[in-house]
Design a protein around this ligand. Structure first.
Ligand SMILES: [Mg+2]
Length: 268
């Protein structure tokens, strides 16, 4: 007997994915009509990022070689230092380096000699030297989406670092605008909407502005709070400081979950 052709869309909510694999017999029409505005996160949405920090941190913890604290305890201490550093100095590699140095000074019994400082700088430098590794299907999917929708890159962090990564990624031409903000909070999303004259939704009209990204804390919850729809893209290596419970979508807004960037072309 021939299997039935599924009538639903070709994507599954992530919560359903464990129970059955998506079955795709043919390319369906995207779920949403052309002319949407898609704000798209960069780190760990378009390209790998946090995994390099995890490797650098593992190297740092090995180098510290603490005799009293376990690696997990050192990591907890570093997380606390990073929270403070980010608040005071923002995101980026300079802040990360500062966090490693502060953590070393707090935990190590050995003095911070020039040689040790140089080793610590090396862990941060190893991140800066990484080639950009696009996540699967990103370039093809952006090329397709950009023919139907307005794409705006929406990332946070150090302006020069983020702009440099975008330039090296080869993806710049798919975006009509690039927004690099210090923090992704509801006010930042409202400012971006305002700057691009993306009018607030008139009552009853469907919302056509979307935020797409891997961070519940920075991409999804503040975008929902600012009135946008959102697509949460699961990434297994999302930075622990970006973890949060996903807020439910307010009435009239949508929150969708996908586990792969390329499935966006089923939606848009
Ligand atoms: Mg991200």
């Amino acid at each position: 007997m021939e299997p039935a052709i599924p009538t639903g869309s070709a994507f599954r909510m992530r919560s359903c994915m464990n129970s059955f694999a998506p079955i795709r017999y043919h390319k369906l029409m995207p779920l949403y009509s052309p002319g949407q505005t898609l704000l798209i996160d960069a780190d760990d949405t378009l390209w790998e990022n946090n995994v390099y920090f995890e490797r650098a941190i593992a190297g740092f913890i090995g180098f510290l070689d603490h005799h009293e604290y376990s690696p997990a305890e050192v990591r907890q201490a570093l997380n606390a230092v990073e929270r403070e550093t980010v608040l005071a100095h923002g995101y980026g590699l300079t802040s990360f380096t500062r966090s490693l140095v502060t953590c070393f000074a707090q935990l190590s019994l050995a003095p911070l000699t020039e040689e040790r400082a140089e080793r610590i700088l090396g862990f941060a430098r190893s991140i800066a030297e990484q080639e950009i590794e696009l996540l699967p299907g990103v370039a093809e999917t952006l090329a397709e989406l950009s023919t139907r929708h307005q794409l705006i890159l929406m990332t946070k962090g150090n302006h020069a670092e983020q702009a440099d990564k975008l330039s090296r990624s080869g993806l710049s031409s798919y975006f009509s605008a690039v927004e690099i903000v210090a923090e992704k909070d509801p006010a930042a999303y409202l400012q971006v909407l305002d700057r691009h004259q993306l009018a607030p939704r008139p009552s009853r009209a469907p919302q056509t502005n979307w935020m797409i990204g891997n961070s519940p804390k920075s991409d999804i919850n503040p975008a929902l709070a600012a009135g946008l729809n959102a697509v949460f893209l699961f990434h297994r290596d999302t930075w622990i400081l970006e973890h949060a419970t996903l807020d439910p979508a307010p009435q009239g807004q949508q929150l969708l979950e996908l586990d792969s960037f390329q499935n966006l072309s089923d939606l848009f």
